[in-house]
Design a protein. Structure first.
Length: 664
């Protein structure tokens, strides 16, 4: 079986075999776009790796060596050569997009000899050592399992000692000292580039079953047996100089669907700096002023990709000394509102048909369209502003770690996850939270992408927020917000608000109404609503329901002014008592049915007559028992007698099986 394909040997329709990233790299290569060359190890190799007890399948290593020689000939450099070293990236790529869930290693092929060669080739020793420390840190964490924080502690201690705040202020000598300290943390670091490569390939295969990938697949209903491909690609360097950079862009705005380029970039940086939120990036519009030729070329490439795929694209790019390279394209994740607008706009632009537009907006996205927002009439105390990374508004208690968010969320409490930046390991906390707030990172950071995909509000890059997770608090100026305090976030404007604010329901956009009208033209099924009150009936009509499929009589009596009347009917001991209570209930029910039927204006309404389990209406016996005990302690005779009589009646009416009970 063949396990390795050069980019030019693949196609965009080979995603099951080459993974989404690899298939798109192959497609872009064949379109003639500026893609650094490379090769793809297939998903079949990953599956065979697991079938053989996590051992690389026979023949794979030889295929990899052969393809590596092809890259060496093309680039005029050799992998592991101290004089002219070739460096590669090793990245995952599942058949279904799982952004950030699996592992990546950049700058692979460096050791003490090749880093000197890289310095001579580029004429920049500081750059070469920066790449080496990045490789050390990433390989140590991803492949050898050394916690990321161990490296960060060394780096931060060194910067503090030197009085330096930003990484790019460090000199070549600084990086040399930091790398020496890294070697103390990872004494078993392999120096042979070929050994590094095969260890990294195994690590990417292993990451298919890391905790965050498993959680992500469960949330997004992705099958476990797809496996991941591995993409080995020649490195291009966005951290080479001030004419180099890296960025992520969407061909349309992923929050609103507006048809214009939307993204961010960093000069003198590598791709991980953007998506990891380590530095807050700059808007893509600035690139048009700094490097107009590069921007125009990128703009044309984005148009080409969108026309070719007939879909909004998420594009990663790197600029090396003024030359543009495209590292990845994939279908861009977007909010529900953007999904609808893009689908409708693309129909009007002639890119897709109405039927295709309908198939691109799934049922969950329609649900996410109903984002709540902050009541515009409410008075709010805005304490900070960040980037509006995912729309909608949320209110919740502040928590500083994903495990606490998951625990409290499962307990029914509403929480806002507050982090310096999220990582893929925080996925379970994001699932449980109402929304996410980060102090670093941009609109394409991990937090933003994952929150948008889940339809949760997110505010990123809120630099005014200084987080102290160890003390369980964050600061904005002199204001202290502690774990458990309530805040509100507005993912549509980037506002962070003190306390709880009132939220209002969304309004349907013209594009959404147009999409629904197209659905009406092709559907064969009527849609009716469950509605039990006049307000529910009006909302159902607003959303296009063609009647009420079920109006449950018992739900009309759950309101605080009606429940006591219903309890009086159930607890009555004589016909006279019951008739008196019924007389109070009758006009309320008549008014409800009149208003519901009038609202539906001749559309069908199916009414289910009263059929309740009694416990839905009666007081809870355990609560009554606790109240009686307290009254006895206080010596309150009159109220005590009434409560005891009520408890007697509740116990007498206890149903063995509430779903049958007295009704059966």
């Amino acid at each position: 079986m063949r396990y390795v394909y050069m980019f030019h040997e693949g196609r965009g329709d080979m995603k099951e075999l080459l993974g989404g990233k690899g298939a798109n790299l192959a497609e872009m290569t064949n379109l003639g776009l500026p893609v650094p060359p490379g090769f793809i190890i297939t998903t079949e190799a990953c599956k065979e790796y697991y079938r053989q007890g996590r051992r690389l399948p026979a023949g794979l290593e030889d295929e990899v060596r052969d393809k590596l020689r092809v890259l060496e000939e093309r680039m005029g450099r050799r992998f592991g050569d101290p004089a002219h070293p070739l460096l590669v990236s090793v990245r995952s790529g599942a058949p279904v997009s799982m952004p950030g869930m699996m592992d990546t290693v950049l700058n692979l092929g460096l050791n003490d000899e090749t880093v000197a060669g890289l310095a001579r080739l580029t004429g920049d020793r500081r750059f070469a050592l920066d790449c080496y420390r990045r490789f050390f840190q990433m390989f140590g964490n991803v492949v050898l399992g050394v916690p990321h924080d161990r490296f960060e502690e060394i780096l931060e201690r060194h910067k503090e000692r030197r009085g330096i705040r930003l990484d790019h202020e460090l000199t070549a000598e600084d990086w040399r000292e930091i790398i020496a300290a890294y070697k103390g943390v990872v004494p078993e670091f392999p120096s042979d580039p070929m050994e590094q490569l095969f260890m990294a390939i195994r690590a990417v295969f292993d990451s298919w079953f890391n905790d965050r990938a498993v959680v992500y697949r469960r949330v997004h209903k992705i099958p476990e047996d797809l496996g991941t491909a591995v993409n080995v690609q020649v490195m291009v360097f966005g951290n080479l100089d001030e004419k180099s950079g890296t960025g992520v862009a969407f061909t349309r705005n992923p929050a609103t669907g507006e048809n214009r380029l939307y993204g961010e970039y960093l000069l003198n940086a590598q791709g991980e700096d953007v998506v990891a939120g380590i530095r807050t990036p700059r808007p893509l519009g600035d690139l048009a002023r700094e490097m107009p030729d590069v921007y125009r070329q990128f703009e044309e490439i984005c148009r080409t990709l969108e026309r070719h795929y007939r879909e909004m694209q998420d594009v990663e790019f790197t600029i090396e000394r003024g030359k543009l390279y495209i590292l990845q394209t994939r279908k861009g994740k977007r909010t529900a509102e953007a999904s609808v607008k893009i689908a409708v706009d693309m129909v009007h632009e002639g890119l897709i048909t109405r039927e295709e537009a309908l198939l691109r907006v799934d049922a969950e996205q329609v649900g996410n369209l109903l984002h709540r927002r902050i009541d515009p009439r409410a008075e709010v105390e805005v304490i900070a502003r960040g980037l509006p990374a995912s729309p909608g508004a949320a209110v919740g208690e502040v928590v500083f770690d994903a495990d606490t968010a998951e625990k409290l969320g499962q307990g029914g409490r509403q929480v806002i996850l507050v982090r310096t930046e999220t990582t893929p390991d925080d996925i379970h906390g994001i699932v449980a939270a109402q929304g996410v707030l980060t102090s670093r990172g941009g609109m394409t950071s991990h937090a933003a992408v994952v929150a948008r995909g889940m339809g949760k509000p997110c505010v990123c890059g809120c630099e005014a927020v200084r987080i102290d997770p160890f003390q369980g608090r964050f600061y904005v100026g002199n204001l202290v917000v502690r774990a458990g305090d309530t805040i509100s976030i507005d993912g549509s404007t980037g506002r962070v608000i003190k306390g709880a604010v009132p939220l209002v329901d969304p309004e349907l956009t013209p594009e959404f109404r147009e999409l629904l009208s197209w659905a009406d033209e092709v559907r064969t099924m009527e849609v009716r609503a469950n509605a039990d009150t006049p307000a529910d009936a009006a909302k159902a009509l607003e959303f296009g329901a063609e009647g009420i499929g079920l109006c449950r009589t018992e739900h009309m009596f759950m309101g605080p002014e009606r429940l006591p009347v219903m309890q009086a009917i159930i607890l009555a001991e004589t016909p006279e008592e019951r008739n008196a209570a019924l007389a109070r209930l009758l006009p309320l029910q008549e008014e409800d049915f009149y208003a519901i039927l009038k609202t539906m204006a001749g559309l069908p309404v199916t009414i289910r007559l009263l059929d309740p389990p009694l416990h839905e209406f009666l007081p809870d016996s355990e609560t009554l028992t606790a109240e009686i005990t307290e009254l006895r302690c206080r010596g309150d005779g009159d109220e005590l007698a009434a409560k005891e009589e009520l408890l007697r009646k509740v116990r007498a009416l206890k149903e063995f099986n509430p779903m049958l009970g007295h009704r059966g």
